[in-house]
Design a protein around this ligand. Structure first.
Ligand code: SF4
Length: 474
């Protein structure tokens, strides 16, 4: 038994299912496929992504690969990892179960996924890939050290065409065929949200198109040749349009020779969803200059989702007062930042009847430190918020409007709401603001009614589910 490098818990190698490995989808009762026929049966009958990952993570259908992955785990460990437990099992998918982007890789590496139990984790390929996913807003941190390190992906899930580490990184044709039903089921379960499949390398490209064909998707008669950046449109039996995009594999061979550079990978990742590259971040002093520029741009216009600069004192609340001029001072700006962050805590003093609120600033990933706007999540609804205010308010600086930033910011804030345990949120907009209505509707908003606010303006009220896979109903 050796200690897990992050949790310190002792594990055997290979890791028995259900013994506490972070992210282990299986347990001792999970069905095990021991033959290709059993792979097909268990893959096809998996009722969802969790069950599919559990089943494939204990698969034993390829004798050569089972022997290899387990022998590496027991006594073939790389010297630098000799004191660590090795996963020694097939690699389950990693990422967002409601992702619009699916990455299809080749196969786990013997000392990477086969050690850490997570796709592309623990080797130089993964270091290259996850740094790019972080730069382009798909990952919450730039590194992937091991299961349990806090890494999360948004709008992306990573699978592989073969789930076990093969000797010399070369699975046989039979092994690829054996493993294809797991990929097919992953593709089917991803389909309701899927917009893009990005394949890493020619093997992933072929496996993906072969799987889609086997699943009766509409694919080109002649398989297009793999190339970096090549795109092909496919259609699911249910009529969903998806594009398959080729990307050079993030292997050391490609990255060390600069066949694939960070810029090339970033450009491709940014193009996948055609959405603005923005990220919601907590208020921070590093935005001071840009925040003040944005404040000038608003020129007194109401900035929903940014909080007030002046609030009078109330019972138990001493009030706040910031001015454009005072915020030029770094210490004063930091006080504003602290005030906004503290608003998320229930115990923070606030005006009577006001509710805790999580503030986020919208950062331009193309120009880090650039403040594009603000968005706020009120943790609960008081009478006013239920009537017209809603859970989420936002504003985009005038110079950045018209590029889909509000839509993307709202999409990301729905994830924050989901993490806070809110299954649906109320989002409102003025009847006279059709652009805002489109933003809400594009995020699945279901119109409930229009009510009149305190100034006599009609306000459209929408309920938005924070779980894309569930119906967005009031
Ligand atoms: S490669 Fe796939 S089919 Fe073969 S043992 Fe691993 S998970 Fe099972």
């Amino acid at each position: 038994m050796d200690p897990h490098p992050i949790t310190g818990q002792l594990f055997e190698s290979p890791v028995p299912p259900g013994t506490g490995w972070p992210g282990d989808p299986a347990d001792a009762a999970t069905d095990i496929a021991r033959t290709p026929a059993q792979v097909r049966r268990l893959a096809k009958s998996a009722d969802g992504i969790p069950q599919l990952q559990a089943r494939l993570s204990v698969c034993r259908a390829c004798p050569r690969l089972v022997t290899w992955r387990e022998s590496v785990a027991r006594d073939g460990r790389r010297a630098s990892f000799a004191d660590q437990p090795y996963w020694g099992r097939p690699g389950p998918s990693f990422g967002d179960h409601a992702a619009r982007v699916l990455i299809v890789g080749l196969a786990p590496a013997a000392n990477g996924t086969n050690r850490t139990g997570r796709m592309f984790t623990g080797d130089s390929s993964g270091d290259f890939l996850y740094a790019a996913l972080w730069r382009t807003g798909f990952a919450n941190q730039p590194t992937s050290v091991g299961a349990g390190d806090g890494l999360e992906l948004t709008d992306m899930r990573i699978v592989a065409s073969v789930r076990c580490a093969p000797p010399a990184n070369q699975p046989t044709a039979t092994e690829k065929a054996n493993c294809q039903p797991w990929l097919e089921r992953d593709l089917t379960l991803a389909e309701p949200h899927l917009e893009v499949i990005m394949t890493l390398g020619g093997i992933g490209w072929n496996a993906t198109l072969d799987s889609l064909k086997a699943l009766d998707w509409v694919v080109p008669q002649r398989k297009p040749k793999f190339a970096h950046g090549v795109e092909v449109a496919v259609e699911s039996p249910g009529g969903r349009q998806v594009k398959v995009v080729g990307c050079y594999h993030v292997s050391p061979h490609n990255t060390f020779t600069k066949r694939l550079t960070p810029d090339m990978l970033d450009d491709l990742l940014r193009s996948l969803l055609g959405r603005p590259r923005v990220r919601l971040v907590p208020p921070d002093l590093r935005f001071q200059e840009s925040y003040l520029e944005a404040l000038d741009e608003f020129d007194g216009e109401h900035r929903d989702g940014d909080g007030e600069l002046v609030l009078p004192a109330d019972e138990g609340f001493e009030g706040v007062s910031f001015t454009r001029e005072s915020l030029v001072d770094g210490a004063e700006f930091q006080r504003l930042v602290d005030h906004r962050i503290a608003d998320a805590l229930p115990e923070t003093p606030r005006p009577q009847g006001w509710v805790p609120c999580t503030f986020r600033w919208i950062e331009d990933l193309e120009r880090p430190g650039t403040h594009l706007g603000s968005i706020a999540l009120r943790h609960e609804l008081n009478d006013h918020l239920l009537e017209v205010g809603g859970h989420i308010g936002y504003s985009v600086r005038p110079g950045a409007r018209g590029h889909g930033i509000a839509q993307e910011a709202l999409r990301q804030m729905l994830e924050v709401a989901r993490e806070r345990g809110l299954e649906q949120v109320l989002v409102t907009c003025s009847e006279t603001n059709p652009a805002s209505a489109r933003v809400i509707e594009a995020n699945g908003g279901v119109y409930e009614d229009t009510r009149v606010d305190g100034e006599g303006d009609p306000t459209r009220r929408y309920w938005v589910s924070t779980t894309p896979s569930s119906p967005r109903t009031p």
